[in-house]
Design a protein around this ligand. Structure first.
Ligand code: PHE
Length: 344
């Protein structure tokens, strides 16, 4: 009688457990079935009415049933715990077999590429690369370049003044004076290039920018002549625009060089026949240059009767525009990836 009741309780526990899906409910069932007020305890209380002979048998059986129910509960609990861990693992799964995302690589700015290319060419010829100041004094930007206060050539290089004496440099030429006055000629000739930003009070349009880039070049030694200048520039231009290129020098004027020249390269598009790039002349103006003016040497403490030199100034934007057929200078400064990514 009691045995049947106990067995029924075990079966009931089995059925209920099968329907339970969370740990809380399992614990609640344990309390319900095995607790002090539960049915097992109830059954055990009923043993009072049994004979001495039957009591231990039923007692032993009750223990077996209780152990079985305990076991069932434990098993269900473990199963639920395992399922929970499994679910967590599935939810946190990372597919390590996915190929990685390729990071987007930037490119060096085209103007940086141009100046590094030119630096390489000149480093190979024993030049040093010098950095100048973008914020310069009137003294170095103009006076020491033989452009006194009332010089008409100052008009072409109007700029942004910070005070009457301090300004944003209009060209990289002041670096000439700064390196010449520092140079120790007992250690060898002075050969330098200096790339950097320059400023002019220009209204921005397709061909003008109030801020652009130049590379200055300067060589000072004994017996430096115009042919050194011409040979150096021919080499530069052939490396930049192709070995077939020719250069030509036209007389020009800069206050800090004498004589001064404008340097043209034979058109790399048409080879000299005439086209839209060279404006049907066969030649493209590429840079300004000349022999360093004796007064400029003297102002930097160099004896112009002993030493001579040549200097040149290249516009980086101009080189890039010619080489890549860029027709609007503003493209360099807009940080538009569609423009910049073309120059890898
Ligand atoms: N500084 C001149 C310019 O900006 C270029 C130049 C440099 C000319 C050196 C001759 C020698 O126009």
């Amino acid at each position: 009688m009691l045995q049947a009741k106990l067995e029924a309780l075990r079966d009931e526990a089995k059925l209920k457990l099968a329907a339970i899906n969370d740990l809380k409910a399992v614990n609640a069932l344990r309390v319900e079935m095995l607790g002090k007020k539960g049915p097992i305890t109830e059954v055990l209380k009923g043993m009072r009415d049994l004979s001495n002979e039957e009591r231990p048998k039923v007692g032993a059986f009750a223990n077996v049933i209780r152990d079985e129910i305990t076991e069932l509960i434990e098993m269900r609990k473990e199963a639920l715990e395992r399922a929970a861990i499994q679910a967590q693992l599935v939810s946190e799964e990372i597919d390590v077999t996915l190929p990685g995302r390729t990071p987007k690589r930037g490119t060096r700015h085209i103007l940086t590429q141009i100046s590094e290319e030119i630096e390489d060419i000149f480093l190979g010829m024993g030049y040093q690369v010098v950095e100048g100041y973008e914020v310069e004094s009137d003294e170095y930007n103009f006076e020491r370049m033989n452009l006194p206060k009332d010089h008409p050539a100052r008009d072409m290089q109007d700029t942004f003044y910070i005070t009457d004496e301090i300004l944003l440099r209009t060209h990289t030429s002041p670096v000439q004076a700064r390196t010449m006055e520092q140079h120790d000629f007992s250690k060898g000739p002075l050969r330098m290039i200096s790339p950097g930003r320059v400023y002019r009070r220009d209204t921005d349009d397709a061909t003008h920018s109030h801020q652009f880039h130049q590379i200055e070049g300067l060589v000072v030694d004994k017996n430096i002549s115009m042919s050194d200048l011409k040979g150096t520039l021919a080499l530069l231009i052939q490396k930049m625009f192709g070995a077939e290129r020719k250069i030509r020098l036209r007389p020009s004027y800069f206050p800090f060089t004498e004589p001064s020249v404008e340097v043209d390269v034979s058109c790399f598009k048409c080879g000299g026949k005439g086209c839209n790039v060279c404006k049907w002349t066969g030649w493209i103006e590429i840079l300004g240059a000349g022999m360093v003016h004796p007064r400029v040497l003297e102002m930097s403490g160099i004896d112009a009767t002993q030493y001579s030199g040549f200097a040149f100034g290249i516009g980086q934007e101009r080189i890039a525009m010619l080489r890549y057929g860029i027709n609007d200078i503003r493209g360099f400064y807009l940080n538009d990836l569609r423009f910049l990514a073309q120059f890898k």
